[in-house]
Design a protein around this ligand. Structure first.
Ligand SMILES: [Zn+2]
Length: 321
């Protein structure tokens, strides 16, 4: 079953805001602008309320950039906030039960996605000065969280991140406070997220301040809990459902965190969609057959990863390179 991004759902009641990836339901549209901590993005998969990849909106615009610089904008708009200009450092927090295969493969993903033709789509985005983003992604460290909760609230997920940042440097679970970091909380087969994993979203990203540093983090859950909602195929080109399903969601959240880390930079004004939202559950041309289709190859592996929005004239488009 194909999945479609329906919309951002404004979830102002969440203790911890985020951008979410989802399915089904009657997601609202729009995105709160008055409180960055209240943005939620949902990647939806649904057979009803189909929301096909929207036609590019707006076309070129150079309006309303605080610095007065001309920032090219094609079907997505720049709202003046910071971006991760100098590249992205990736930290993984493994929470719950993961197979060794999944851990190895997803580590390969984040270690090798940088500067691929796919990732370099993000170079079509700029900071406020009009300078293109870096294509560098550096995998820094993975830690195992020993928590045993099987249902995590949004606040609990934030606490997982903050706890690792607060550990002494000689602790195996220590993670540095890195303003260029994305902290991926990847939960296992025995864990859910209580604010709507599998029913409202498959993953999300947001940020908070810790030790004076703006910390960007993302939740991505085990897609084997709900492959019909959060996986594009079962199992996928690597023969491991969690590898192949989570890979696309991780990529989605990473490219959104890159271009909209504080939820006030790059998103489509009329819909609230960030770059990856505009191309969620679209894959372009594929190779392979059956449940092992793939659309890109890097790091010595085939992947089935959604396309990303290319901020290029005349009106932008989804692509995988
Ligand atoms: Zn998204």
């Amino acid at each position: 079953m194909k999945k479609y991004l329906l919309s951002f759902a404004v979830m102002g009641a969440l203790a911890v805001g985020a951008g979410f990836l989802v399915m089904g339901g009657d997601g609202g549209s729009g995105k709160e602008k008055d409180d960055d901590d209240d943005k939620s993005e949902v990647i939806e998969k649904s057979s009803h309320r189909r929301f096909d990849v929207p036609a590019p909106v707006g076309g070129a615009s150079t309006a309303a950039v605080p610095t007065g610089q001309a920032v090219p904008q094609f079907g997505i708009q720049y709202h003046g906030g910071p971006v991760m200009s100098s590249g992205m450092n990736v930290y993984i927090i493994w929470y719950g039960t993961h197979s060794a295969t999944t851990k190895t493969n997803l580590t390969t993903l984040v270690s090798t996605i940088g500067n691929t033709p796919y990732w370099n789509i993000n170079k079509t985005y700029t900071n406020a000065a009009g300078t293109a983003l870096s294509g560098v992604v550096t995998f820094k460290k993975a830690v195992v969280d020993t928590g045993t909760a099987t249902s995590l609230s949004d606040a609990a997920i934030r606490t997982i991140v903050s706890n690792h940042l607060a550990l002494p440097t000689n602790n195996a679970g220590y993670l540095p406070r890195d303003p260029n970091g994305i902290y991926l909380v990847l939960t296992g087969t025995n864990v859910t997220a209580s604010s709507g994993f599998c029913t409202q979203y498959c993953g999300w990203h947001t940020h908070f301040t810790s030790g004076g540093i703006d910390i960007k983090y993302s939740f991505v859950g085990s897609v084997s809990r709900c492959p019909n909602s959060c996986a594009a195929q079962n199992p996928g080109p690597n023969g491991d459902l969690n590898t192949d399903g989570m890979a696309s969601i991780i990529a989605h959240e990473m490219e959104e965190a890159l271009t909209d880390p504080d939820l006030n930079a790059w998103y489509q004004t009329s819909t609230g969609m960030e770059n990856a939202d505009k191309c969620a559950w679209t894959f372009g041309t594929t190779s392979g057959t059956g449940s092992g289709k793939y659309n890109m190859t890097f790091g010595g592996k085939n992947w089935y990863i959604q396309q990303n929005w290319k901020n290029l004239g005349p009106s932008g488009s989804c692509g995988k390179q």
